[in-house]
Design a protein around this ligand. Structure first.
Ligand code: HEM
Length: 126
């Protein structure tokens, strides 16, 4: 008999579930495209596609009932010439987006802590 592990979806719930995440990612992607520092890097990006991928990715990461079928972070960002400044700018846009969605600071920090280690796969240039 297979016993399913108990999954902690507290962060997923705090982020408003799938609908809350989708709203957040719509705001986030719009913010990325509008950002003076990194907007150019998203100029050919289809907003609805990236929002969907981010929603699924963060849903899975936060314990939600989703599937992420996108690229690995390494493959998705290979060749994009992303540096530390770009990465920090993206994090800032995410923070502003979370503020706009009234996500509590402690919840924001929990999400950022899950994303922070991805810098190793995303940042490829000095
Ligand atoms: C923790 C940080 C990051 C996360 C979690 C993240 C997540 C993602 C995801 C899920 C995708 C879609 C992958 C797919 O197509 O299957 C993606 C694509 C992409 N990311 Fe990131 N990313 C991060 C950082 C960055 C940074 C710093 C930049 C540049 C400033 C960036 C630029 C892009 C671009 C240009 C694409 C391609 C979008 C397209 O399909 O047009 N990412 N990222």
């Amino acid at each position: 008999q297979t016993v399913a592990p108990v999954k902690n979806d507290a962060l997923y719930q705090a982020l408003g579930g799938t609908a809350g995440l989708k709203s957040l990612m719509d705001v986030f992607v719009a913010g990325l495209k509008a950002d003076a520092r990194i907007g150019d890097q998203f100029k050919d990006t289809k907003s609805s596609y990236l929002s969907e991928q981010l929603t699924n990715q963060v849903c899975v990461l936060s314990g939600g009932p989703c599937t992420y079928d996108g690229e690995t972070m390494k493959n998705a960002h290979a060749g994009l010439k992303i540096n530390k400044g770009h990465f920090n700018a993206l994090v800032e846009v995410l923070q502003v987006s979370m503020d706009a969605r009234n996500i509590p600071f402690s919840t924001q920090n929990q999400l950022l802590a899950l994303l922070a280690p991805m810098h190793r796969d995303v940042i490829t240039v000095k």
